[in-house]
Structures are given as C-alpha cells and as structure tokens.
Design a protein around this ligand. Structure first.
Ligand code: GRF
Length: 226
C-alpha cells in the first residue's frame, strides 16, 4: 500500500475484474468517491467487450482494459496475459466483481491473500451458477451472499462476510436476486474497506479480522431478523 503524505493515510491500490453490468463495481466506485473507502481503483478489466461495467468505470475516470477470452486458445494463456495486465497497475487488492471465469491454480497462487470474490449464495451452499433458482427449488427460507478470499476451490475460499436475506412467498429468481443484490452492495464495500484498513488477512487458509479468527462462514449480517 502507498502512503499518501497529503492525506496522511495509506491508500490501497485496487484492480477490479468484471464480466458484465458492474453494479458491485458501481457500489465500490461510489464508496471511494464519497470518501468511505481508502482505495484507489487503478484499473477495471473486463473479459467481455462493451459491457456496461466498462462504461461505469470510464464515467468515473478509471482506466479500462478489455481482454477478450475468446481470443485465447486456452485458459492458461489467457490467465498469463491477464496477470501481465493486472500487474502493470501494481494492485494491493484484486476484486472480482461479477467476473465469470474459472481461474487457473497459477493465477490464484499469484494473488493468494490479495484477491476476493463475491458469490450470491450463503456458501458453502450453492457454489457455481443459478444460485437463486437453486435456493428456491430447494424450498430454502433464507438465501444470501458471501464475500470470500479466492483459493483454488471454485467459490470455496474462506468467507469474510455474509449477508442473509429471507426468501418470501412468490419469489422468483429475479426478485430474489434483487433482494440479494442490495446486500451485495453493502457487504462488498465493507470487506474492501476492512482490507484497505489492513484489518483483514488470510493466514493458513483462514480469515482473520483484527487478528481474530472469523467464524467459518465469516462475519454475518442477518436481514432476516427484525
Ligand atoms: C452478482 O450477483 C455477483 O454476486 C455475481 O455476479 C453478479 C454480478 O453483478 N458474482 P454485477 O455485475 O456486479 O452487477
């Protein structure tokens, strides 16, 4: 992290990876702009061209890059090219915000302890895709979202924060996704803030906040309790 003498505190350099609409990216940009997040977003990189998240970044004056995975013959060469671009921006933290790619072990190892992801389920429930539909189909009464450190296991890294929401009668995947998304925009900036403040660490495969080992599901924000 770079010490900023003018502001007399440390700024965390962040690179955000996206594949789509970028509402989580927007929440992070807003947090940075309103002074809540002591971060600088050095670049936003998308593996898909012309997505809305790139416009959001450009509008905020953030450098954007597109690295289209379709131009690569395999996952390894794509990930190597992506590392080369990311590292030009000297990030302290890599934020995966709707980045829809499976990562190679080499990529994960390169950023271990400094790369986080947001996944729309209460992990370890429902890793992978279609999480809202799966929670409804299972008859669950609760659903939610998890921010976690990225490890080699898909959606399996140690949780940092979870937010729980109710599933209500008549919910469909879209209505449930909207309820979850509201919480995504709360917990992702909060996790980034903790990391930027150097309160959050991955040690021996576990998450520590203020040097305290977190519960296995991470810190919980429960909106089902009133
Ligand atoms: C979010 O639901 C996130 O949890 C998941 O992909 C979606 C991306 O949304 N990984 P956005 O691009 O941030 O709007």
């Amino acid at each position: 992290m770079n010490s900023n003498p003018e502001k007399n505190h440390t700024i965390c350099n962040v690179v955000v990876l996206i594949s789509g609409g970028g509402t989580n990216l927007q929440a992070i940009i807003d947090g940075q702009k309103n002074g809540d997040l002591p971060i600088q977003i050095n670049a936003v990189i998308s593996n898909r061209p012309n997505v809305k998240g790139l416009n959001r970044a450009a509008q905020a004056g953030i450098k954007t890059e597109t690295l289209d995975h379709k131009n690569f013959s395999d996952r390894k060469t794509f990930d190597e090219a992506l590392i080369a671009i990311i590292d030009q921006h000297s990030p302290d933290l890599i934020v995966l915000a709707g980045f829809m790619r499976i990562l190679t072990p080499e990529f994960v190892a390169h950023y271990l302890g400094k790369m986080i992801n947001i996944h729309p389920s209460l992990l370890p429930k429902y890793p992978g895709l279609h999480t809202h539909q799966r929670a409804i189909d299972a008859g669950d009464k609760e659903h939610g979202v998890t921010v976690h450190f990225v490890t080699e296991e898909l959606d399996g890294g140690p949780p940092i924060l979870q937010a729980k929401v109710p599933i209500v009668d008549g919910d469909d995947p879209d209505s449930l996704a909207q309820r979850v998304l509201v919480q995504e925009h709360v917990i992702y900036p909060l996790a980034i803030k903790w990391f930027a403040q150097e309160k959050l660490h991955l040690k021996n495969g576990k998450t520590y906040l203020d040097n305290e080992l977190l519960a296995s599901n991470g810190h919980l924000i429960d909106t089902t309790v009133r």
